[in-house]
Design a protein around this ligand. Structure first.
Ligand code: GTP
Ligand code: MG
Length: 555
């Protein structure tokens, strides 16, 4: 384990058999053997985007002959891959080997009759397949396999976790159940590619690319698709034209600010999606936000999408996390566990607010991994030292250079197991001096807080910004309290007893809201405390819980 995907880069997609992860979870080995060179972030993006352009999405009737559908489609070209999924009816994602097969198919399909509704004649790659004669019972083949596009409910996960034999294996089971599948990744890139079909009408060279958790290796099934409109190639083209004795440039509309240009572009694309985009519903233009965006729900793929205009820093953050996620299988196991834990306890939320975001939480895990001895992942400054000429990126005056080739990064010598890391993560942040210190991933060190926000995590690329400035004091206190409680639960040596009693243990116990699972738990705290630190932590909690909390996080 990790389960690698064809073009998924680094274990982004899960294995098809859910039990496999637990069996193959490394006990001590930090890095699963990887035979092939790991792809760079840019390579994965290019490959996936190209694949999406050769892909169509077909709504199918409930009773369907898979063979007949494939035979019909094959008359337009070789089908490289396909899968079915359920989303308000059965859909088939069909990836052709050649892009011109899509055009050939589009040429052969009809336009809906205008009997009831008048249609907007935009020919997309979303099609509907119907059978003129229903499939007879006898002709029916084996039922088609539907690839799941959502993860199992947490309740079900907890049950599965109870059957594992160690906390480490529980963490890998969680990762395996929640991470994006190969199919889901394809669908995410297809959603971007379908939006690109609109943006291309105005800007032929534009690209629509995913960023955030769809591509940073930390995406969970069901997470939103963050996409951005990229004009990068247009700029490159302009530079090329400047060579030679003459200079020629496009006449372009000039606006007083980049922000205004962004707002105008997004406004028009938003209208397009709203008016002409098949299956694009609930389109919301949020143009006055710090980062203007268009939110919409893409019904055919089932994704909630956020479209913004090229935000190079956010893309660099995604690439940085991609590198960290690829370096060692423990990184993703720990992040998925911590993210799921935080969600269960209401520390994170799907709507923005004063709570910690998944992005900040992920950065906290990365920082913790940089602080291990020996470190499990390098600091950003170390990654910058490994950068070569082509990795040089200065964005808005900030040096955002870091190595892109993963093979240049030396594997860690750290052999700690993920259960130890989880327990120590809670202990570390349960005792972190948030009042005085800030989290700096560039240096991999705690640094005195430059400003008095309750939680200060340096933006790795825009060094004067705090990515967690939205977090208020009560939310931080809640995080610390939960971390302490969780450290304590993990340190208790009562696994066997809990298994005999058929009670959730280990990670399963952490994923049940604490008040609900066992209110009497607090009474037995001193039993079986593991380390000296935990024992003193327990004492401080028992004696003066409110006071000690306040001391750690400040006021
Ligand atoms: P999910 O919760 O799974 O969607 O995680 P995510 O990483 O995709 O987070 P989200 O959708 O909120 O944001 C998408 C991307 O925007 C992140 O991955 C970051 O690159 C960037 N981003 C989000 N929040 C911040 C922030 O507060 N500061 C900065 N600099 N970038 C942010
Ligand atoms: Mg996101």
């Amino acid at each position: 384990f990790p389960g690698p995907a064809a073009a998924g880069g680094c274990g982004q997609a899960r294995l098809s058999s859910s039990g496999a992860a637990a069996q193959r979870a490394p006990q001590a080995a930090p890095q699963a053997a990887v035979n092939t060179r790991k792809k760079t972030f840019a390579e994965v993006q290019t490959e996936r985007l190209e694949q999406a352009e050769r892909t169509v999405l077909i709504k199918c009737p409930p009773k369907l002959s898979e063979k007949k559908l494939l035979r019909y489609l094959s008359s337009h070209g070789d089908i490289r891959s396909h899968f079915f999924f359920e989303n308000r009816g059965i859909h088939a994602l069909i990836e052709f080997s050649e892009k011109n097969s899509v055009a050939s198919l589009q040429d052969a399909v009809g336009i809906p009759s205008a009997a009831e509704h008048h249609v907007v004649p935009f020919k997309s790659r979303l099609l509907t397949f119907t059978l003129k004669t229903p499939v007879s019972q006898a002709a029916e083949e084996t039922p088609i396999h539907l690839a799941p596009q959502s993860h199992i409910p947490v309740k079900e996960l907890i049950q599965k976790l109870c059957h594992a034999d160690s906390v480490s294996n529980q963490m890998y089971i969680l990762l395996n159940e929640f991470q994006l599948t190969e199919e889901n990744i394809k669908l995410r890139f297809l959603a971007c590619s379908l939006v690109r079909d609109f943006t291309r009408a105005y800007f032929p060279d534009s690209m629509v690319k995913p960023f955030g958790s769809s591509v940073n290796t930390f995406g969970k099934l069901g997470c939103d698709v963050d996409m951005f409109l990229d004009f990068h190639d247009v700029q490159k083209h302009a530079t090329k034209m400047k060579k030679g004795p003459f200079e020629m440039e496009y006449q372009m509309k000039r606006l007083p600010s980049e922000r205004l240009a962004t707002q105008k572009i997004l406004s028009v694309i938003g209208d397009c999606l709203d008016n002409f985009g098949p299956g694009c519903v609930s389109v919301q233009k949020i143009l006055n936000a710090r980062c203007p965006l268009v939110k919409f729900s893409h019904q055919p793929t089932g994704f909630q999408c956020d479209l913004s205009v090229s935000n190079s820093i956010a893309v660099k953050s995604s690439e940085l996390l991609y590198i960290y996620g690829c370096l060692d299988s423990r990184v993703r196991a720990l992040v998925f566990t911590v993210r799921c834990w935080a969600r269960v306890h209401g520390l994170t939320n799907s709507v923005p607010g004063t709570w910690i975001t998944n992005f900040s939480l992920t950065m906290m895990v990365m920082f913790f991994l940089q602080k291990r001895s020996p470190p499990i992942i390098p600091t950003l400054d170390q990654l910058k030292e490994l950068a070569d000429e082509k990795d040089k990126h200065i964005i808005g005056g900030y040096d955002c250079s870091f190595v892109s080739d993963l093979s240049k990064i030396k594997p860690t010598k750290n052999t700690e197991t993920v259960d130890v890391l989880l327990s120590d993560f809670f202990e570390y942040f349960g005792n972190f001096d948030f009042r005085r210190n800030s989290i700096n991933l560039r240096k991999g060190k705690e640094v005195n807080k430059p400003e008095s926000y309750p939680l200060y995590i340096w933006n790795p690329f825009e060094q004067d910004l705090n990515i967690s400035k939205n977090v208020n004091q009560p939310q931080l206190e809640k995080f610390v309290a939960m971390a302490r409680e969780s450290a304590w639960i993990l340190q208790k040596e009562e696994k066997t007893q809990r298994m005999i009693n058929k009670e959730p243990w280990g990670l399963a116990a952490l994923l049940i809201p604490f008040g609900k699972s066992n209110p009497s738990k607090m009474k037995n705290r001193t039993k079986g405390a593991g380390s000296e630190t935990i024992r003193s932590l327990l004492d401080s909690l028992k004696l003066n819980s409110a006071n000690s909390l306040q001391k750690a996080v400040g006021k």
